[in-house]
Design a protein. Structure first.
Length: 304
């Protein structure tokens, strides 16, 4: 089971009822955060969640509305007596940028581990999350992220017998890639059937539409994508500032064939995104205007 919460949906500046951009995921006792705009830790509290289990923070890019909440969140985590290391993933320069922010958040009682993304795309595995970072098209280096919870195949007794896997290795191989018994290596592929459908979420903000977004969103259970503007007359502004309109995000969702699209990262001037939905849904019917603390629980599909 994977829980997703859109903690903040604002771009550029926070509003009284709209925090800046952030997304939180929870899986198997470990939490993951994408971006940390101003108001993030308040939204976490209002959602009734805890920031203590956050093990990974993914940063899309180094604009203030995406990282301005980081020093306060890290201080709060330290004040809550966190001692486990925290991994932060982001573009090149991540360590330098975060260490500069820590001038106002010194003396953290836990280790920060920095992972700077190499190239156009990169994959990471942390705490059960399969994370794919992919470069998008903004006016600074910026990455989207796909989060996937993989699901292994079902245990196949006949396959295990055909491969002469001893019974005492059956249970360990359902939890581990390989097991050594009496000097021989047995792998999970020797006892498991085909990989089953997992859960996949794709998150992209601050970008012009790109083929890479469609590529990574394909196969996702949910696409969360920026829609800076709902007003059609602001299309030129979106192009100039390297952002997207609602309609462009809807076109990406349609091309990717996702079941659902959540819009986020609204311009401060966009007060009521709902009023544009009739036209947007002509492009992609299942478009939802994101709201702070919008929540969804995803579960694995039942075996047939």
């Amino acid at each position: 089971m994977l829980d997703i919460c859109l903690l903040g949906t604002g771009g550029m500046m926070p509003l009284p009822r709209r925090a800046l951009t952030a997304l939180m995921a929870r899986y198997n006792g470990s939490s993951l955060l994408i971006d940390c705009g101003e108001g993030t830790q308040v939204s976490i509290r209002e959602q009734g969640w805890s920031f203590h289990p956050i093990d990974v923070i993914c940063i899309t890019h180094f604009h203030g509305d995406h990282i301005s909440g980081l020093p306060g969140l890290l201080l709060s985590m330290g004040n809550a007596e966190r001692s486990n290391p925290l991994t932060i993933i982001g573009p090149k320069g991540l360590k330098r940028i975060v260490q500069s922010l820590l001038v106002i958040a010194q003396g953290l009682p836990f280790e920060l581990r920095f992972v700077e993304i190499e190239g156009e795309e990169q994959e990471f595995y942390f705490a059960g999350y399969h994370i794919r970072a992919f470069k998008v098209n903004h006016n600074v280096v910026c990455y989207g992220y796909s989060l996937e919870i993989k699901r292994s195949g079902k245990f196949d007794v006949e396959k295990a017998k055909r491969n002469h896997v001893p019974m005492k290795a059956w249970s360990p191989l359902q939890k581990n890639d390989q097991v050594e018994l009496e000097g021989k290596i047995y792998t999970s592929e020797m006892v498991l059937g085909p990989e089953r459908k997992g859960i996949k979420i794709t998150y992209c903000t601050d970008s012009r539409p790109t083929a890479r977004i469609v590529e990574h969103a394909t196969g996702s259970d949910l696409l969360i994508c920026e829609g800076m503007y709902g007003e059609k007359e602001k299309t030129a502004s979106a192009r100039e500032k390297k952002h997207m309109t609602f309609y462009e995000a809807a076109e990406l969702a349609a091309k990717a064939g996702v079941p659902e699209l959540w819009l986020t990262h609204y311009s401060p001037s966009l007060i009521k995104p709902d009023v544009y939905m009739d036209d947007v849904r002509k492009i992609f019917a299942n478009t939802i205007p994101g709201k702070d603390r919008m929540f969804r629980e995803f579960i694995f599909e039942a075996d047939s």
